[in-house]
Design a protein around this ligand. Structure first.
Ligand code: KIV
Ligand code: NA
Length: 271
């Protein structure tokens, strides 16, 4: 598959092999993800993971566009989706279109993602009718942290029908796919069976049509806190700490730089 995946390609894979998705925020990490992923999300998690913000609420459109441009340079196969940040789409469909169009035009993204179910259906319909593919995001919506009061599992018990209705509304409005975040596995399976678009789970179920993780979480680079669903596939933060300690020790002992890292006076010396 030589050309870059489109939203329609991924939508058509409902019921096929699971979609492999990760976030990325920089060119080199996007290249690594591109080798295996169907979709790379420039998530607003960038605010917490790379910028040290306490939540995603402080992430700006300018940050998303800057990281989107960087990620685009690293992708050749995977579909690039860019998160619309808090405050850039909730006010009106027109506001959402204006900002989504900037993201699409300035980053080259293939789609945008926005949080919210039934309440955002009109906005999703407005965008998709105007040639902007949209990925939905229901269940736990981290931009709503200040009204949710915590990153709690959504859709337990009586609340299940609300999350199902949100996913259905997003699909009906024209989203090509929907993220299900932090919902009970049985509910994720029920939603996956009920909606005609691929569900991409995070803290959801292996029965979803795809999975996504924050790459810094799964690589062990972001360790401020560890959600139950963030399986660690590597301990790069630990490896980086070890490398910095080894460097510090060699500098203090004058063992770095070694003879192979310094320059002589020879005319033909390599630069
Ligand atoms: O911002 C993000 O990383 C996300 C994914 C976790 C779905 O929205
Ligand atoms: Na996000």
């Amino acid at each position: 598959n030589e050309r870059q995946s489109t939203p329609s390609d991924l939508q058509a894979r409902k019921g096929d092999t699971p979609l492999v998705c990760l976030t990325a925020y920089t060119t080199p990490v996007a290249r690594i993800a591109d080798a295996e992923c169907d979709l790379v999300l420039v998530g607003d998690s960038v605010g917490m993971v790379l910028h040290g913000l306490p939540s995603t609420v402080g992430v700006t459109l300018e940050m998303m566009i800057l990281h989107g441009k960087a990620v685009a340079r690293g992708l050749t196969r995977a579909l690039m989706v860019v998160d619309m940040p808090f405050g850039s789409y909730e006010e009106s469909p027109e506001q959402a279109f204006r900002n989504a169009a900037r993201i699409m035009a300035e980053t080259g993204a293939g789609a945008v993602k926005l949080e919210g179910g039934a309440s955002m259906a009109g906005t999703i319909r407005f965008l998709t009718a105007r040639s902007i593919p949209v990925m939905g995001h229901v269940g736990l919506t981290p931009q709503a942290i200040n009204t949710l009061g915590g990153y709690k599992v959504q859709g337990r018990g009586e609340d299940a029908d609300r999350v199902l209705a949100d996913a259905a509304a997003v699909a009906e409005a024209g989203a090509f796919s929907v993220v299900l975040e932090k919902v009970p596995a049985a509910l994720a399976d029920r939603i996956t069976a009920a909606v005609p678009i691929p569900t991409v789970g995070i803290g959801a179920s292996a029965g979803c049509d795809g999975q996504i993780l924050v790459i810094d979480d799964m690589l062990g680079l972001f360790t401020d806190f560890k959600p139950k669903f963030a399986k660690r596939y590597a301990e790069l933060g630990q490896a980086a700490g070890d490398a910095v300690a080894a460097y510090a020790e060699e500098v203090r002992a004058r063992r770095f730089p070694g003879p192979e890292h310094v320059f002589g006076e020879g005319a033909r010396a390599k630069s």
